[in-house]
Design a protein around this ligand. Structure first.
Ligand code: GDP
Ligand code: MG
Length: 168
């Protein structure tokens, strides 16, 4: 199997950390070379038995404020439709801000399955908090999966890989 995945989410949610963790575990090639005018390959994750996951960069998912912004949003929407799977990383909180709302609106325009990763599980003192956050997000969008994880500690990162392969 092989397929394309895009990792989206606000700055600081842990996208790079998750990617680095995956690279640390398996053979991976990172590249910043432009592949097409639309997409940049971030990482190719290779598993000898299961295949390849090609992670693509999605440019700025935000509200367009000008022509360039509009262009970026169009590119981003296009990428969301072209990939096999979207991984959306969020902070462990039940506050869904304007940025998240905007992403949800964009996701509603695509049929691509979305796995929501509620990252930084290790920062929570109580397990119940995570259950509340899962519940909050479950209500706002029909996610293919919702996975609590810690990119930093590697909690549930193997599960994320397993789930990705299921959707390729
Ligand atoms: P990005 O902007 O989405 O790529 O986020 P980064 O991967 O650069 O992470 C931003 C900050 O969050 C860094 O200081 C990371 O160490 C931290 N971080 C990322 N994942 C986790 C996590 O699972 N737990 C904790 N405690 N910190 C994390
Ligand atoms: Mg980053």
């Amino acid at each position: 199997k092989s397929g394309f995945v895009t990792l989206i989410g606000r700055p600081n949610v842990g996208k790079s950390t998750l990617m680095n963790h995956l690279i640390g575990q398996k053979i991976a090639i990172t590249s910043n070379k432009p592949q097409t005018t639309r997409n940049r390959i971030q990482t190719v994750y290779t598993d000898e038995e299961r295949g390849q996951i090609i992670f693509l960069d999605t440019p700025g998912i935000h509200k367009a404020k000008n022509k360039l912004g509009e262009y970026m949003v169009n590119v981003a929407e296009h990428t969301l439709n072209e990939v096999d799977l979207i991984l959306w990383l969020v902070e462990p909180t039940d506050y869904i801000g304007a940025g998240e709302q905007h992403i949800i609106e964009m996701l509603k325009n695509t049929k691509t399955p979305v796995i929501l990763v509620i990252n930084k599980l290790d920062t929570l003192s109580e397990r119940d908090q995570m259950l509340t956050y899962i519940d909050t997000y479950r209500k706002v969008y029909d996610f293919a999966e919702i996975v609590p994880a810690s990119a930093l500690r590697g909690q549930n990162t193997d599960l994320i890989i397993d789930l990705i392969f299921q959707y390729l």
